[in-house]
Design a protein around this ligand. Structure first.
Ligand SMILES: *Cc1c(COP(=O)(O)O)cnc(C)c1O
Length: 450
């Protein structure tokens, strides 16, 4: 309901004050928590307080500060972050190099006119051309993962003149109308169907099926503009395809002149122990979508990196596809710093090393609680635990949260719980996380299997 502007002005003053505060008195905390709860209930979505049960409890855990591989709630409890913002915190929270770079840009010009030429976007596009494999060369910058995918779809259609797309069962590509058409789960698609026409989903990892599907699509005159894939499915529950799958997609794309789009919004930027997850397969896509951690874990940024073949449809009119704030000076400064941190601190190597410790620990837990933890898998620090059923997995997450370890499920696969910490998680915290998992599983195991 509309209030007087004076009242609104007072409220902005209160909000600005809380942002500037490093700590609060107990009374201030209570008021602040009640305000937040009230605002979520009335102005964000009351569903959240039910959905995030830990957040809805009287002892509401509210995020307040973050540092490295941990964050602190308003009550001062420190949590080990093994969720890592669903892949957005590869550099960790508030990495000093990223903060420094972003702060320097903030002091000069955070947003540009978007009319003249601005430097940061060009510097980061150059870096992307230099770190990506093969002949990936031109980058269109956006702000969210789903926008990077939308851009990829348009580029593929521009390059090929075709209007069909192939994705895979278990895929997650975002939730705007275009990328939602590629996302696979009925739960998210159902209310919005029919979505983009001419999208086909094939089983993930099944090269023979894919060959037959494309053969049929050629026969019917419906060859796709693109085959889009996640090198490792994230929301699908960290599904790793057979080794021949991604090289096989490359072969099919070459044969039929189809654009190969790698959606590495989650798996990219060092997460799997490789700078880009497709590097593991030693092939180059035509279009590479990056998001989440390309932001240096500080501000939103995403990117659609293309070969010249995939991008040249944009040359005659650079505004054929555009976004006002995508690739702004602040976000691209963060992206530049992100690559500096990932390369100079060997975050790929760290992901491999910490990933190996997790896998060893999970093998022990799997042997100790075989009926509960039925499987585990991963590459680098993109790891999933598979539980006998989704509810028991959630109980483990709940117990772990009470012991100050943050984990989360996945959107497409209810039985899997992910471990995706910052790539610079300390060895001490990896071992502590495994200890907490052990305690949490023991409680759930004893409750249901003894
Ligand atoms: C998270 C994710 C997206 C969507 O990114 P948003 O920033 O949430 O729009 C797309 N693809 C994959 C693989 C993702 O994990």
């Amino acid at each position: 309901m509309r209030k007087s502007f004076d009242e609104v002005l007072k409220y902005t003053e209160y909000a600005i004050k809380t942002i500037s505060q490093k700590s609060m008195t107990e009374d201030e905390k209570e008021f602040f928590i009640n305000e937040t709860r009230h605002n979520f209930d009335n102005h964000i979505n009351p569903g959240f307080l039910e959905y995030r049960k830990s957040a809805g409890s009287d002892d509401m855990a509210m995020e307040w500060m973050a540092n490295g591989d941990t964050f602190v709630d308003l009550h001062g409890n420190t949590y080990i972050d093994c969720l890592g913002g669903f892949g957005a915190f590869n550099c960790g929270h508030r990495h000093p190099k990223v903060i420094e770079t972003v702060t320097n840009q903030l002091a000069k010009q955070p947003l540009s006119s978007a009319e003249l030429i601005d430097a940061n976007r060009s510097l980061l596009a150059r870096i992307l051309a230099d770190v990506t494999p093969g002949d990936l060369q031109y980058t269109f910058f956006t702000s969210s993962g789903t926008e990077a995918v939308e851009c990829g779809l348009k580029m593929a259609t521009l390059a090929t003149g075709r209007h069909y797309y192939v994705a895979f069962k278990g895929d997650f590509h975002g939730k705007t109308m275009g990328s939602l058409s590629l996302t696979s789960k009925e739960h998210f698609r159902g209310p919005f169907l029919p979505l983009l026409q001419g999208v086909r989903h094939a089983p993930f990892g099944d090269l023979d099926f894919l060959k037959k599907l494309i053969d049929c699509m050629e026969f019917t005159g419906e060859l796709p503009a693109a085959i889009i894939y996640e090198p490792i499915q994230g929301e699908g529950g960290v599904q790793i395809p057979p080794d021949d799958f991604i090289p096989g997609i490359r072969e099919i794309c070459d044969k039929y002149d189809i654009m190969m789009i790698a959606d590495e919004v989650q798996a990219g930027m060092g997460r799997t122990g490789y700078l880009f997850a497709t590097d593991y397969s030693k092939v180059t896509p035509d279009i590479l979508c990056l998001g989440k951690s390309i932001s240096g874990s500080v501000v939103p940024l995403s990117a659609c990196v293309c070969t010249e073949r995939a991008f040249r449809g944009m040359f005659p009119d650079p505004l054929l596809h555009s976004t006002t704030t995508g690739g702004n000076p602040l976000a691209t400064a963060a992206g530049i710093a992100a690559f500096h941190v990932i390369l100079s601190e060997d975050l790929c190597g760290k992901a491999k090393k910490s990933g190996a410790i997790f896998m060893e620990g999970l093998e022990k837990l799997h042997q100790k609680y075989p009926k509960l933890l039925t499987a585990y898998r991963g590459r680098g620090l993109m790891i999933a635990m598979e539980f006998c059923d989704g509810d028991l997995g959630y109980e483990v997450v709940f117990e772990a949260f009470n012991r100050k370890l943050l984990l989360s499920g996945s959107l497409i696969n209810a039985k899997t719980i992910r471990i995706e910490p910052p790539l610079n998680i300390t060895e001490e915290h990896v071992r502590k996380a495994l200890e907490i998992l052990d305690e949490s599983m023991e409680i759930v195991y004893n409750k249901h299997f003894k």
